[in-house]
Design a protein around this ligand. Structure first.
Ligand code: NAG
Ligand code: NAG
Length: 500
């Protein structure tokens, strides 16, 4: 063997040692979640791993180490998107605070992807083997089932800041007295009423989880039962499986939310989906942005809301507000509008990162979706969030005028500094933990002992019971002792009284 053969053999050997087979399970039909899934795919491919990606939106850049299981047809049946209708939200017909409905619909959507013929064909192939599964948590736990079929460790991916239900999967729910839920508009320190309402909300969430449990177990068996039978595996219950992840990688960071106490098995990788190299702006947009000397306001209601459902009066009102500004407005809108003011440019699709990265980008007005918030902090552009309720639209103008001053730009620059000031870039952190879990056979050393401690032990209810019991016993003994003494005493007193 000459030197070159040795080197080549060595390289082949190395690539076999270091390349792992990883399944990234993100088949939720919402586009923003696929962007998060693609973030994993991109970083893991760059690190030399073999990736299989289960998705509704196929990853566009082909790669020799990438294989996809595409369930595109679930997008057509995506009733959740139908409810993302402005009118329904304005009339509160679509209510996102109803967690019973939310958890149920998410499990139905997940079940639909998992029972899709492409996923079933993939699951039924006995030659499929994986070193690790990355499963998205999105108000259901079904994607963890891949780990049961491939008999390998898995990592939860959470798309949000830490909140009680996800932390419960790897550790325990935080204390609601200073750890509000992600749906609550409050942040610590909490007032008495807020504290009580957070406690109540936590109890409500547990009622929801209890309510969907049977349905989720059934969907789990419907989805993974056939493949388990074929492989001769006994499926665990989903309830046991969901507490068995190696860790959680989350699209969160201190600069984006409140600081939380987090377990060793939680790694914050917020911003990992943003590419280092921003694609250039299309020529027309580049020109508009370069020449906007007073700055550019980007207005987008995210990728899920359908603009054509925005009532016409509100469309006109917004245009009217925009026409009075000296800034240039880029409005992402699918429909067509008449009498658009000169400073407003309607675009069907907005390359958000490329726009925000432009030095003339001044404000981002948005419904405040999870990716938008991260991107604005990443690029240091102030954001105005509009919750989707009628009267809020009129507040847009006031908010725009308020945000333009320097104060807000300085605040966001500060957050942006915190966001960027990390030991490693989030993509590197991601790859590190994925490899760590595989190389340590599921990283059991990271698992929180809290997972195995029942609630009564955490709250020392057994000790309390023992103390109460002890007190009762002591009380009884004393009562006995004293009652016999007292009887004698009373008899004495009685005699004394009689004498008087
Ligand atoms: C899951 O999907 C399959 C096939 O679409 C369906 O037969 C089954 O009833 C669904 N299960 C649940 C719990 O919705
Ligand atoms: C939990 O994970 C371990 C190691 O990854 C595995 O041996 C065990 O069977 C899993 N248990 C369940 C209920 O999934």
């Amino acid at each position: 063997m000459n030197k070159w053969t040795l080197i080549i053999l060595g390289l082949v050997f190395l690539s076999h040692v270091c390349a792992y087979k990883i399944l990234v399970a993100f088949p939720y039909p919402g586009r923003s979640h696929s962007i998060l899934g693609e973030g994993y795919v991109r970083h893991l491919l760059e690190a030399g791993h073999e990736v299989t990606y289960v998705t509704a939106h196929a990853y566009k850049k082909p790669h020799p180490n990438l294989r996809q299981v595409v369930v595109a047809s679930v997008i057509d049946k995506f009733e959740f998107a139908q409810s993302l209708d402005f009118k329904k939200m304005l009339t509160k017909e679509a209510d996102f605070k109803d967690m019973f409905a939310m958890y149920e619909i998410m499990a139905v959507i997940a079940n639909r992807s998992l029972t899709h013929e492409n996923v079933q064909k993939f699951l039924m192939d006995p030659n499929e083997k994986f070193d690790l599964v990355i499963a998205e948590w999105l108000y259901h736990h079904l994607y963890a089932g891949f780990a049961a079929i491939f008999n390998c460790p898995y990592i939860w991916s959470s798309s949000m800041e830490p909140h009680p239900v996800v932390l419960d999967l790897i550790d325990e729910v935080g204390n609601p007295a200073y750890f509000p839920d992600h749906m609550s508009p409050v942040s610590p320190p909490l007032t008495f009423t807020e504290r009580v309402s957070e406690l109540w909300y936590l109890i409500y969430l547990y009622r929801v989880l209890w309510f969907v449990r049977d349905m989720e177990e059934k969907a789990f068996r419907d989805s993974f039962g056939p493949a388990a039978a074929k492989r001769g595996i006994t499926l665990p219950t989903l309830y046991d499986l969901k507490y068995n992840s190696s860790m959680m990688l989350a699209n969160s960071h201190y600069s984006l939310g409140d600081p939380q106490r987090l377990p060793a098995s939680y790694a914050a990788i917020g911003g990992y989906h943003i590419e280092d190299e921003i694609p250039p702006l299309p020529k027309d947009l580049q020109k508009i942005m370069d020449s906007a000397t007073d700055g550019v306001i980007l207005f987008s209601m995210g990728s899920m809301m359908r603009s054509e459902t925005l009532p016409i009066e509100i469309q006109r009102e917004l245009l009217d507000v925009f026409s009075k500004l000296k800034q240039t407005v880029i409005w992402k809108f699918d429909g067509s509008l008449e009498n658009v003011p000169k400073n407003v440019h309607m675009v069907k699709w907005a390359p958000q990162p490329s726009i925000l990265a432009h030095p003339n980008a001044k404000i981002f007005v948005t419904h405040g979706g999870l990716l938008s918030t991260t991107e604005t902090i990443h690029y240091g552009v102030p954001i105005i969030g509009i919750p989707l309720f009628a009267d809020q639209f009129l507040n847009v103008k006031r908010a725009i005028v308020k945000v333009l001053p320097w104060k807000y730009r300085e605040k966001v620059k500060e957050l942006s500094f915190i966001y960027h000031h990390r030991e490693t870039k989030p993509g590197k952190t991601l790859v590190h933990w994925v490899e760590h879990v595989i190389e340590t056979n599921g990283a059991p050393h990271l698992r929180s002992p809290a997972l195995h401690v029942p609630v009564y032990q955490k709250l020392y209810l057994d000790l309390l019971a023992l103390i109460v019991l002890g007190l009762l016993v002591v009380k009884r003994i004393f009562k006995r002792l004293f009652s016999s003494k007292n009887e004698n005493k009373k008899k004495g007193e009685y005699k004394k009284n009689k004498k008087n």
